[in-house]
Design a protein around this ligand. Sequence first.
Ligand code: ZN
Length: 331
Amino acid sequence: MTSFASSADLEAKQQTLEILGDGVYALTAEGDPNVGAIEGEDFLVCFEAMATPVAASDWLRLLREHTTKPVRYLVLSHYHAVRVLGASAFGAGVIVAHDNTRALIAERGLEDWQSELGRMPRLFREPDSIPGLTWPTATFSDRITIHLGGERGEVVLAHCGLGHTEGDIVAWLPRQRILFAGDLVESQAALYTGDAYHREWASGTLDRIAALGARTLVGGRGVVARGEQAVTGAIMQSRDFLNTMLARVGAVHEAGGTLAQAFNAAHGALAPRYGRWPIFEHCMPFNVSRLWDELNGVRRPVIWTAERDREIWAELVRGDDPPQPPAALRG
Ligand SMILES: [Zn+2]
C-alpha cells in the first residue's frame, strides 16, 4: 500500500521570501503552505501562522531581515491546523478570522490537529511547541478593512462564500491588486477538498475571487501567480480541478456505483494534468470521500479524525488491484 497521506514526505522544502510590492511579502516553499505579511505604517499584518510556533519562528526571522514592525494583526484564512497552530510565535495584538472559523475550531479543532499531524508530520516541526488551539480574538461574517496608515492604503479581508471550508477569507490589497487567496486557489498545487463545499466553491465563490481583478495572487500552496494571465490561469486551474471531480464522481454516483469506483474515476481524470503537483495523491482519497458525502446530501463536512483518515485511506488506496469504474464510464 502507498504510504499514508504525506507521512513519507520527509524531505525539507526550499523556502523563498518574495517581495510582491512595497511592504508586501510572501513566503513560498515548493508546495508547502504559503504565508504572507503586509506592512502598515507602524505595524504588520501577517497572513497565516504555519503548523507550529517553531516553524513560524523561521518565517519571522526571514521577515525580520526586511522589517522590525510589530505584528498587530494575524489573519487566519481558515481553521486548518497547518495554518493556525503556530500563532503564538507572532505575539499578535489581534487574531482575525471568519465567524465560522472560530466556530469550527471550537467544534473540530482538536480532531483536525490530530488528523493533520498524522497526515503531514514534516510540517509540525517540534509539535510540543504548540501551546494549544488557536482562538481568533476578532471575527466577522462578510468583510472588514484594515487601514494601513500613511499612503499605504488598506487590506480588505473578505469572505467570498463557501469553498475550501465553511469559513475561508482572502486578503485583498486593492491599491496594489495583490490577493492572498488562502486555500481557495492553488497555483500549480493540488486542491484539498476534504472539508469543502464543491459546488459553491466551483461557481460563485471562485467567480467572486476572479471579479476582484488581482494582478498578483498568492495561493495556499505553490508558486506566486504574477500577472493577469497567471492569476487567471491559477483560478481556472482550481475551477477545472473541482469541475472534473464533480463530473467524474457525479457520474459514478448517478450510475449507482461505489465510492471506490468514484475514486478511480476522479483520480484517472485528474492525474494526467495534476498528478505530479504537490499533495495530489495525499488529497484524493479525502477529496472524493467528502464529495461523495456531498452528493449523498450530507450538508456539512464530516469531522476527520486520525482513525477515519486511516479507514478511508485503506478503503481507497490499493497497490495492485484498483477497482474499475463501471464499463459505461470508462475512457
Ligand atoms: Zn486548508
